[in-house]
Design a protein around this ligand. Structure first.
Ligand code: ARG
Length: 587
């Protein structure tokens, strides 16, 4: 049991002994660490409820604590807080149990759920850009976090590969190469195996196609028709779709691999194509979906709605399907696959869309009532001008180029700090890549996901401050201490009670791991872990400066310190892994 749970239980029991509910006993880390380790604020609330004096009640609670040998001090403070300081042997005991536990005291989720995380979500035929970066980084971290606590989690990329953009590209290609067999309705195949365009070609074509449909209603109509024909199985268009799909996915796989992001499922909007017509039919037959100006819609508004809640559109008047249709059908599949919970890690600007889809899914019993559906919204990545990040030329930055930029910046930082200077070139490059990606990911994850943040590569790659490289350097330092001491024949040993305040602070910090994990899971926000990891690294550095391990004369103390280094490394390792950040072995 974590020290916080243990204390909460003891204080809860004390409240019960004097006739109150145990919930008042909740213990939290002290707001004033210089005064106490922990505090319990329950006497304030309990006193208010019962019309008693809070300080008096707090004193009574302290009197009702059964084993006061655990505490160095218990004091009533301010209007009725209880300040709690545990003894050094108690701290050492808890650190020892944490060290003995393979799970480091992290509480397993109960029940363990089958969870799907829908993240990344790049669109076919377009190079990924920074907009997809947050979805990928946050989604990967949430997936790892939920796995860490024992849920069964699958990550699904959910490619955008079935809508109007594909129709627009088909028309654009036709206008450039009308001679290709894909456009000839009388052609009976086989179609060429080689794609007529590369992904770069598609990326170039897409904005042109969008402009064209915006400028000319005829072109818009042609794109719509092409989308409809594709969705209705026109062979030439399907063959083109397959080419677009393959060239896109090839690059996307590479990008994600470079980022250290792994999907279990490479499904997309097109995956559920065969479900669309039957689903729309069923909802129409059950009067859940209705016709409106030729389109088919599901009303999702609720009398209690404060804001306008437009209906969910299932088919356009020509019968073609939309993003909302594929999302609803995808949910049907996910329900059949037995997921208890689906997290959609998608830009906050799609909030209304998910609200509508989730409501329609419930109304239409596409999902069971107890299946969890959550939109995990995130804000934008902004450039120095405070607007969504773009390249200097005003274009959208490709992910692959972005990775190169951060890796180069990291390389320069390593040079400046004279880190890894004498290492073989290949190892240096590998370190620069890890540091660059660590900088990028931590730069993102250290913000709460719903806030927008400023993309500031100089700050992200610094080895000082709240950055990825600072944490990676901390991990490297811990590893190097353990390596050097091992070479001298020194091994970690049993934990002895702390004597130095920096040592005590580090212990208190490490003991907070289970609560940091619980909190991050509860709010679905990796920044909780980013923040905590930074505190662990900072407390570790203070400990390292205050406690001179190599020159320590007391062998038991020295071995205990080494055990503490080892535990700090394990804790930081779990956190970095959960944030999707790799640390080098040395640098
Ligand atoms: N492809 C979409 C986009 O780029 C994101 C997909 C998110 N997932 C979903 N099930 N809608 O905006």
């Amino acid at each position: 049991m974590s020290i916080i749970s243990d204390l909460s239980q003891r204080f809860g029991d004390a409240f019960v002994r004097i006739g109150f509910e145990s919930d008042w006993g909740m213990v939290v880390p002290s707001q004033r660490p210089e005064l106490a380790h922990y505090q319990c604020n329950g006497a304030l609330g309990a006193a208010q409820r019962s019309g008693r004096d809070p300080r008096e009640l707090a004193a009574e609670v302290i009197g009702a604590i059964d084993d006061d040998s655990l505490f160095a001090s218990l004091d009533v403070a301010g209007p009725g807080f209880i300040n709690i300081t545990v003894t050094d042997p108690v701290l050492a005991d808890h650190i020892q149990s944490m060290d003995d536990d393979e799970q480091l005291g992290i509480r397993p989720a109960d029940p363990s759920l089958k969870v799907l995380v829908d993240y990344g979500g790049p669109n076919m035929s377009k190079s990924m850009h920074v907009g997809h970066l947050r979805a990928s980084i946050i989604g990967e971290s949430l997936k790892r976090l939920l796995r860490l606590v024992g849920h069964h989690v699958d990550g699904d990329i959910h490619l955008g590969d079935w809508g109007m953009p594909v129709g627009q590209l088909i028309i654009e290609l036709e206008s450039r190469h009308p001679e290709l067999p894909y456009f000839d309705p009388d052609y009976t195949g086989p179609y060429p195996t080689e794609s007529p365009v590369t992904l770069d070609g598609l990326s170039e074509m897409y904005p042109v196609a969008v402009e064209r449909t915006k400028a000319d209603p005829n072109e818009a109509e042609r794109s719509r028709q092409a989308t409809f024909d594709l969705q209705n199985g026109r062979p030439g268009y399907l063959a083109l779709w397959q080419h677009f799909h393959d060239v896109s996915v090839e690059e996307q796989r590479r990008d994600f691999e470079d980022l250290g992001i792994e999907f279990d499922l490479w499904r997309g909007e097109s995956t559920v194509h065969d479900r669309l017509a039957p689903l729309v039919d069923r909802l129409t037959n059950e009067n859940i979906a209705i016709e409106s100006d030729g389109a088919v819609i599901v009303e999702v508004a609720d009398p209690s709605d404060k804001k306008e809640m437009p209906p969910l559109l299932l088919t356009r008047s020509d019968g073609s399907y939309l993003y909302s249709t594929t999302d609803l059908a995808t949910l049907e599949q996910r329900a059949e696959d037995g997921y208890d919970l689906v997290l959609y890690v998608v830009d906050a600007r799609q909030g209304l869309h998910f609200d509508q889809v989730f409501r329609a899914a419930r109304r239409a019993s596409v999902v069971a009532d107890d299946m969890g559906l959550e939109h995990i919204a995130f804000g934008t990545v902004n450039g120095p001008d405070g607007k969504p990040f773009k390249t200097r030329e005003g274009g959208i930055l490709r992910l692959a180029d972005l990775i190169e930029i951060v890796t180069d910046a990291a390389g320069r930082r390593l040079d400046e700090a004279e880190i890894a200077r004498e290492y073989p070139a290949a190892e240096r490059d590998e370190i620069a890549t890890m540091v660059g990606l660590g900088a990028l990911k931590f730069g993102d994850l250290s913000n709460h996901r719903t806030s927008n943040y400023l993309f500031d590569i100089d700050r992200f790659t610094s080895f000082e401050g709240k950055t990825g490289p600072y944490l990676q350097y901390g991990s490297v330092r811990m590893q190097s201490i353990l390596r050097r001491t091992a070479e001298l024949g020194l091994e970690p040993g049993p934990i002895v009670p702390p004597t130095v305040s920096a040592e005590r602070d580090l212990m208190l910090r490490l003991l907070r791991l289970p609560e940091a994990i619980d909190r991050a899971v509860d709010v679905r926000a990796p920044n909780v872990l980013a923040e905590y990891a930074y505190e662990v690294a900072t407390d570790f550095n203070r400990f390292y400066e205050a406690c001179h391990i190599l020159s320590e004369k007391d062998a038991a103390r020295q071995a205990s310190w080494l055990a503490l280094v080892d535990l700090a490394l394990r804790v930081l390792g779990v956190l970095l892994h959960t944030l999707g950040i790799e640390a080098p072995e040395r640098m």
